[in-house]
Ligand binder design. Structure first.
Ligand code: GAL
Length: 480
């Protein structure tokens, strides 16, 4: 009966995708999956959408904003697919009011967005750009007017170029720069914003930005990387302390990218490869904050981070976050490999793991719903992890645009399958208190440019027209 009611309310597009899910989630009965209801997650569960400044705002040099490393990087030919950049992106800078109203229309109650550091401090520190502060005040006030909770990410990858010119994250002075930035945000917005995330996915921006060089600032430096990691970990905790000190009643968190990592075969060399990857990609930023130190036991290269420690750092790295954000996109099947050296491990290409293309997203990532269950359990198992929010989860698929409709059947199915696994972890006792979709709307997908579309709202980049996709309409009904 419940199922029939759901079909009635969800409507035709939703009903089509209610027909037997392609991937039956492990451990979840078919009927439970079919009957997924908002109420299963509890009345206080937060439902939201996530975005990042550089990916949506545009207005890269308007009203006094200084350049960030992403402006510099994306303006260099050959760095971004199609040689595109975030100069205009979704023009959120001018369209925030309409975009926030879309969040409300989809019955979501949280908007997670990030602050562009160089919009409020054009030189990274020192002179404040009041127009930048005004912009974020407008965004926050519009959220509150519309009944949407603003959740701020302090750093989603766009370091001011002026600070990169002084060594960026590899320079220990970044602790002071970050402190100044976090303090300004706290005193400017903390009277209205109570939910804060210090970083977005530190493993991603340090690894891709300073080791593989595929993201800004495009450095490939085994020498700088340990310094960068150590300073980010110190800033993670210091940032937490600053917010707690300056924002009464704040909920302070930070976010991590996490993937289920499985060895290709149950043999020692592949198991060890998987452990090294797990240490580097899942554990590196969490464990020092929890007081467990660097996870160098399973990956001795991480001893290089320990060498960066100065007196007292072991304590300074620790902070008791009120919540941890987990962000999950794919699983990794790890294999022992001579390349890359140091890690001696590689990822089996997802296309070699799946039956056919239908199990891959547009990013060529494997659709693997059980993975989100595994990483939530992994995070929840740490003593000291109090509340968990899924601060990003989503997928890029090609959309079918038909007049005023945008059909994205696979994305609807993706959310149902992943949500079933989030619920499975929650029902087993993991303290999951919210789920935020990546992303509110299609946007600039870093080095991949504009081709992969992750939104539950479609963006026509020629006209900037927004259209809620079938997945957005599915959420609207589901969250009614
Ligand atoms: C995350 C990142 C987001 C977004 C998403 C989809 O790692 O935080 O900014 O790009 O991946 O790839």
């Amino acid at each position: 009966m419940k199922r029939r009611e759901a079909i009635k309310t969800i409507g035709i597009a939703g009903a089509a995708s209610l027909i037997v899910p392609k991937l039956l989630a492990k451990g979840v009965l078919e009927d439970d999956l079919m009957d997924l209801m908002k109420s299963d997650f509890g009345n206080n569960f937060k439902w939201g959408v996530a975005t990042a400044a550089y990916q949506i705002e545009g207005a890269w040099n308007l009203d006094g904003k200084g350049p960030s490393v992403w402006d510099t990087f994306s303006h260099k030919p050959g760095k971004i697919k199609g040689n595109t950049n975030g100069d205009i992106a979704c023009d959120f800078y001018h369209r925030y009011r309409d975009d926030i109203s879309l969040i409300k229309q989809m019955n979501m109650n949280v908007f997670r967005f990030s602050i562009s550091w160089s919009r409020i401090f054009p030189n990274g520190v020192g002179e404040v750009n009041q127009k930048g502060i005004d912009f974020y005040n407008n965004v926050i006030n519009t959220c509150l007017e519309m009944g949407v909770e603003p959740w701020i990410t302090l750093y989603h990858w766009d370091l001011p170029q002026a600070l990169e010119d002084k060594g960026g994250w590899a320079n220990r002075e970044v602790l002071d720069w970050f402190n100044e930035y976090v303090s300004l945000c706290a005193v400017s917005f903390g009277d209205r914003v109570k939910n804060w995330m210090i970083f977005n996915e530190p493993a991603a921006f340090t690894g891709l930005g300073y080791m593989t060089g595929t993201h800004a600032p495009g450095k490939k430096s085994l020498g700088k990387y340990p310094k960068v990691v150590h300073h980010v970990i110190l800033c993670q905790a210091e940032g937490g302390r600053r917010i707690r000190e300056l924002v009464p009643g704040a909920m302070v968190g930070t976010t991590y990218s996490m993937s289920a990592i499985h060895p290709k075969e149950q043999t020692k060399k592949h198991i060890d490869a998987a452990k090294r990857m797990d240490s580097l990609l899942n554990r590196l930023f969490i464990e020092p904050a929890l007081g467990l130190g660097y996870p160098s036991k399973d990956f001795s290269f991480l001893k290089g981070m320990e060498k960066q420690m100065q007196e007292g750092d072991d304590k300074k790295m620790i902070f008791d976050f009120d919540f941890h954000g987990v962000q999950n996109y794919f699983r990794i099947v790890a294999t022992h490999s001579a390349f890359p050296p140091v890690l001696w491990a590689n990822q089996v290409k997802p296309k070699n793991l799946v039956k056919d293309e239908s199990e891959l997203t547009d990013m060529q990532w494997e659709v693997y719903p059980e993975g989100i269950y595994e990483v939530i359990k992994q995070l929840a198992a740490y003593k000291g992890v109090k509340k968990i929010f899924v601060t990003e989860n989503g997928a890029a698929f090609p959309d079918v645009v038909e007049g005023d409709k945008v059909h994205d059947v696979r994305r609807v199915q993706f959310f149902k399958d992943y949500l079933a696994q989030v619920l499975r972890a929650k029902n087993e006792g993991a303290p999951v208190e919210g789920y935020f979709v990546w992303s509110l709307m299609d946007n600039f997908e870093w080095a991949e440019g504009y081709h992969p579309r992750f939104g539950i709202v479609h963006v026509d980049y020629e006209t900037q027209k927004r259209t809620i996709k079938d997945s957005g309409l599915w959420f609207k009904e589901f969250l009614k």
